[in-house]
Design a protein around this ligand. Structure first.
Ligand SMILES: NC(=O)c1ccc[n+]([C@@H]2O[C@H](COP(=O)([O-])OP(=O)(O)OC[C@H]3O[C@@H](n4cnc5c(N)ncnc54)[C@H](O)[C@@H]3O)[C@@H](O)[C@H]2O)c1
Length: 472
């Protein structure tokens, strides 16, 4: 038994106009006995492969924040048998880049240690795939990649796969335009269900970026996944932040009903040099491709959205206030109707009656994004700031007009996301409350639906405004 404390949380009282700066800090927030992640080796081995009744992620929707252990403080999952993984996509999300902290292969290596065997890497860009594998084989994680084979398609892998290469998890990090539908070539989820029934999946966000009318196909995929009881996690990793789980526990422990969510996602556009990102016909636009994380977090706290209530406005590229001076792409190469809005602002009603509000802004330069989420309930304001880089949580409670401030150093939601998935696949008997998938495929389709509703509502507003000014 080890003791893991959320000792890196510190609390300060934020200066306000009516109070001097007061800083308190304490090194121990909670000291709670927990087992090494994954439970004891014996329990794990006894329980591995047992069919799980925790396959449906809808059973629990939160994790005790104290159980979100950073990668360098975890132990490798125990056991000695190979854990076969199939990677689909050899890009940044899978192998990292200097754009951000994402790098799934790195987290799998840390979670599974020498048990990790990447049986194949599927990517039509074969040279890119070979290059990333070469780097791995030149490093100390060679044992996971020395027998990895590269294929252009899943079918090619299925045709030549030997039984010992059957994966236990398929990790999908291909571009969303090739996923989330029932159409050949864009139906990877259905192909995985067909060729590997019972095998767990991880799918990156957003679940698709095709036209809005294809949404129903995504719901059908969600149903197939649910009906087949396939373990499936979608990459909304912000749900796994300790700060987010602390917000959840404050709401749950105090039996609170969320009244409002206010989300703001301001990206640093100067650093975004991928031409496709600026082209709605390719990326589906910044709300669907990027703001999706905050629309998803809003839903995580506010619950289901009444999609018919979504209203939105945008500031467009051809309006005076929408001029950007530091774009790194040549926007003249993008058809005017496909150029992205600079600002999208939306509000909606949740089924609970609560109100949601979201603003996506393409205005900042430099590299750091400015993202905040506020959640309000009777007597409470929970404000999450900078979740990507240095999450800070400001908590205002009844009985005190000042915020308590919590900082979360060493938190790695990408690792927690992978760690929880593996623990669910391994089905750790000893700690049934220990692992949870926080974003199911169906849940992720609903976030996707919300982002499309926002885009469409803003386009309707713009069309109405243009029609009015033409008529005037
Ligand atoms: N959660 C996060 O914070 C986060 C961060 C980065 C990316 N992502 C998501 O990950 C996904 C991939 O993004 P990326 O940055 O790695 O993109 P990328 O362009 O760097 O890599 C995508 C790779 O997929 C390959 N590919 C194209 N079609 C394919 C197909 N049909 N089958 C298999 N591979 C195919 C491409 O050749 C490329 O190598 C996107 O959905 C993106 O939104 C999420």
């Amino acid at each position: 038994m080890t003791y893991v404390g959320v000792h890196n949380i510190s609390t300060t009282t934020r200066p306000t106009s009516s109070s001097p700066t007061a800083i308190m800090s304490f090194s121990t927030f909670h000291m709670t006995p927990v087992d090494p992640p994954g439970g004891s080796p014996t329990a794990r081995r006894d329980s591995a492969r047992r069919p799980s009744d925790r396959r449906s992620s809808s059973r629990r929707s939160s994790i005790d924040p104290r159980k979100l252990v950073p990668m360098d403080k975890t132990t490798h999952i125990s056991g000695s048998d190979d854990f076969n993984v199939l990677f689909i996509g050899a890009g940044n999300i899978m192998f990292g880049s200097d754009e951000g902290p994402w790098n799934h292969s790195f987290r799998f290596e840390h979670k599974l240690g020498r048990r990790l065997k990447v049986v194949a890497l599927i990517d039509p860009a074969v040279e890119r795939a070979k290059a990333v594998l070469q780097k791995k084989c030149d490093s100390f994680v060679v044992s996971a990649y020395e027998n990895t084979r590269v294929y252009k398609t899943l079918e090619e892998f299925v045709k030549s796969m030997s039984p010992k290469d059957r994966p236990r998890a398929v990790i999908v990090g291909s571009p969303p335009m090739f996923r989330g539908t029932l159409q050949p070539g864009r139906d990877i989820e259905m192909q995985i269900l067909k060729h590997f029934p019972g095998v767990a999946m991880f799918i990156e966000k957003p679940i698709a970026t095709g036209p809005a009318h294809e949404l129903q196909e995504a719901f059908q995929i969600a149903k197939s996944i649910e009906d087949s009881k396939t373990i499936c996690s979608v990459g909304y990793m912000l749900r796994y932040l300790k700060a987010v789980q602390m917000m959840k526990s404050i709401l749950e422990e105090n039996n609170l009903t969320v009244m409002a969510t206010i989300a703001r996602y301001a990206c640093a556009y100067e650093a975004i040099a991928k031409p496709d990102w600026w082209d709605k016909s390719k990326s589906a636009g910044p709300v669907i491709e990027q703001g999706t994380h905050f629309c998803d977090l809003s839903r995580y706290f506010g619950g289901e959205v009444d999609i018919s209530t979504v209203v939105a406005h945008s500031l467009e590229f051809d309006e005076n206030a929408g001029q950007l001076s530091a774009m790194k792409v040549d926007e003249s190469k993008i058809a005017p109707e496909n150029r992205i809005p600079r600002v999208t602002s939306a509000t909606w009603k949740y089924d609970s009656g609560a109100v949601g509000s979201f603003v996506h802004v393409v205005a900042l330069q430099g590299t750091n994004y400015s993202c905040e989420l506020e959640v309000y309930a009777d007597g409470y304001q929970l404000k999450l700031v900078d979740p990507y880089v240095q999450p800070i949580l400001y908590v205002r409670k009844p009985g005190d007009d000042h915020d308590q401030v919590y900082r979360f150093r060493d938190d790695d939601p990408f690792f927690s996301e992978v760690s929880n998935l593996i623990d669910i696949i391994e089905d750790i008997e000893e700690d049934p409350e220990g692992a949870t998938i926080l974003s199911s495929y169906e849940d992720a389709v609903r976030s996707y639906e919300l982002t499309w509703a926002i885009r469409e509502a803003s386009e309707r507003s713009r069309a109405e405004k243009l029609a009015k000014s033409r008529a005037a």
